[in-house]
Design a protein. Sequence first.
Length: 123
Amino acid sequence: MIVASFLVKDLGVEWQHGARHFMTHLVDGDLASNQHNWQWVAGCGTDAAPYFRIFNPITQGAKFDPDGDYIRRWVPELAGLGKPDVHHPWRAGTPNGYPEPLVDHATQRAEALEAYQPAAEAP
């Protein structure tokens, strides 16, 4: 859900692209579950999330991987970072060439909320 939210709402990628990529690479992919989950996150499914639900990838990482163990295992460039920096690696410079953030989440969130705002509420 975090990847879906980031791709759809932070980067503006159509949900179908993410759904297709995941179905191609998931070992246990289920078409109905995959498509419905992507639609849910995008706010366009039969049981869609409210358009204003936008996951913050940093907050989610810190909440569900507080010590950064998952990050260190799967992102070896960040393996040497301590607990506070592993969720904000750009604060420690660019460890081992790790890239700067693609976008500013707060800015993208605001833009997504404006774009998703129901027409009746639009200025």
